[in-house]
Design a binder for this molecule. Structure first.
Ligand code: APR
Length: 356
C-alpha cells in the first residue's frame, strides 16, 4: 500500500530503507536513534563517523548492517520551540529530503518514525499532520510504499472534533449485526418468525444521515461543503444496460475515463500501487479486496449509490454493522474524499486502511 500507518518497532520493519530521527552529529543518541544503532550494530556508527554530521531538515544515507532493511536514512528534525521558528518547514523538509534520497537510491519502500515527536518535543498531532502532508505530496508524483511506524498508538491523534464527530455518528448509526434466526431458516425469518424482528435495525433515511453529518461537520468546522445526498438522477436505460453487464474492472476503467483522470492519477488517489492496478487493468474478471474497491470509490469521488454499485460488481456492499464501512460512508456523505484523511480516521478507530 503506497501509504500505510502501523504501530511497532521500526528496527523490526523490513523495508528498502528505514529513517532514523538522528541528531546533527549522526553519532547516535537515545530514542529511535539509539534503538536503530543498537539493532544495526557497530558498523552503522563506523559509517556515520565518515559522514561529517547532518544539518537539520537534511538527510544522509548509510547501509542497514544488522537491520532487516538495506539502508538507514538519517535525518535531523527540528527541536520544538513553540512553532514560530520555522519548525514546520524544517520537519517537512526532513520527510521530503529523506524520500528524495530514497528515490535516488532506488528504494521502493521506506519506513518513517514520527520525527521530532519524542525528545525534540514536537507535539505529536502536529508532527503527524506534517508527516502525512509531506508523504501525500510525494506520493502524488511518485510510486513508492511509505509506512509511518508509530511506537505506540498514544502517539496518534486525529483532529479532536473530527474524532468526536465520527464517534458520535458511529454511536447513532452502527447497526448491531442481526444474529441469524435460531430455529427458522431464512424463509422462516421472511415469514416474520425470526428471533430478531426484521427491520429491528433502524435504517435512517439518506436525508436523516446527511442532516446529522452536516451538524457534526459544521461543528468540526471542516472546510467541507455538504455534497447533495439525494439520489443521483436515474441512469438512462442505455447506461443501466451497459453497467449491468460490466465486470468490476470494466466499470472501474470506464469511470476513470469518464472522470478525466489518467490511470496513474486514479490509482495514486486511491492509495493503490502500480502493480496491483496493472493486474486490475489486464484481468477483466479481477476480483479486488473490499478495501481496494472502496479506495477507488473515494478516488473517483462517487456518491453512496455509485459506491454501492461499484462494490456490488466485486460482490461487496457497505454495511452499517461494520465500523470501517460506516466511517467511509460518513466521509462520502460529506464529500470528503482525501484518502489520507480517511485512512487516519480508520487507523484512529482501529480499522483497516483502504487502498492496497
Ligand atoms: N520504533 C519506532 N518509533 C520509535 C522507536 C522505535 N523503536 N523508538 C522511539 N520511537 C518514536 C518515539 O516514540 C517518537 O514518537 O520515535 C519518535 C521520535 O522520537 P525520538 O527518537 O525521541 O526522536 P526525536 O524526537 O526526533 O529526537 C531526536 O533524540 O534520540 C535522540 O539522537 C536523537 O538527539 C536526537 C533526538
Amino acid at each position: 500500500m503506497p501509504f500505510n500507518i502501523i504501530t511497532g518497532d521500526i528496527t523490526k520493519v523490513t523495508a528498502d530503507a528505514i529513517v532514523n530521527a538522528a541528531n546533527s552529529s549522526l553519532l547516535g543518541g537515545g530514542g529511535v536513534d539509539g534503538a536503530i544503532h543498537r539493532a544495526a550494530g557497530s558498523g552503522l556508527l563506523a559509517e556515520c563517523r565518515t559522514l561529517g554530521g547532518c544539518k537539520t531538515g537534511e538527510a544522509k544515507i548509510t547501509g542497514g548492517y544488522d537491520l532487516p532493511s538495506k539502508h538507514v536514512i538519517h535525518t535531523v528534525g527540528p527541536v520544538w520551540q513553540g512553532g514560530t521558528n520555522g519548525e514546520r518547514e524544517l520537519l517537512y523538509s526532513c520527510y521530503k529530503s529523506s524520500l528524495e534520497l530514497a528515490k535516488q537510491n532506488g528504494c521502493e519502500s521506506v519506513a518513517f518514525p514520527l520525527i521530532s515527536s519524542g525528545i525534540y518535543g514536537y507535539p505529536k498531532d502536529k508532527a503527524l499532520q506534517v508527516a502525512v502532508s509531506a508523504i501525500e505530496e510525494f506520493l502524488a508524483d511518485n510510486d513508492m510504499d511509505v509506512t509511518l511506524v508509530l511506537f505506540s498508538k498514544s502517539a496518534f491523534h486525529i483532529d479532536g472534533r473530527l474524532f468526536e464527530g465520527i464517534n458520535d455518528y458511529l454511536g447513532r448509526n452502527l447497526a448491531k449485526p442481526i444474529s441469524p434466526p435460531k430455529k427458522h431458516g431464512l424463509f422462516g425469518a421472511l415469514r416474520g418468525k425470526s428471533a430478531a424482528p426484521l427491520g429491528s435495525v433502524r435504517q435512517e433515511s439518506n436525508d436523516e444521515i446527511c442532516e446529522e453529518a452536516a451538524q457534526v461537520f459544521d461543528m468540526a468546522a471542516q472546510p467541507m461543503e455538504m455534497k447533495s445526498c439525494r439520489a443521483e438522477p436515474a441512469q438512462s436505460l442505455d447506461d443501466f444496460l451497459k453497467s449491468r453487464d460490466e465486470s468490476f474492472s470494466q466499470l472501474l476503467l470506464r469511470l476513470i475515463d469518464e472522470s478525466g483522470m489518467t490511470d496513474v492519477q486514479a490509482y495514486r488517489k486511491a492509495n493503490i500501487d502500480r502493480k496491483l492496478f496493472s493486474k486490475i487493468r489486464s484481468d477483466v474478471n479481477y476480483k479486488p479486496k473490499k478495501q481496494t474497491a472502496l479506495a477507488f470509490a473515494i478516488a473517483l469521488q462517487l456518491d453512496l449509490a455509485q459506491t454501492q454499485d461499484l462494490l456490488a460488481k466485486a460482490g461487496y456492499k457497505l454495511s452499517d454493522s461494520l465500523k470501517g464501512d460506516l466511517i467511509v460512508k460518513y466521509f462520502i456523505l460529506n464529500g470528503q474524499y482525501d484518502i489520507f484523511v480517511i485512512n487516519q480516521a480508520l487507523f484512529a478507530f482501529d480499522q483497516s486502511l483502504i487502498g492496497c
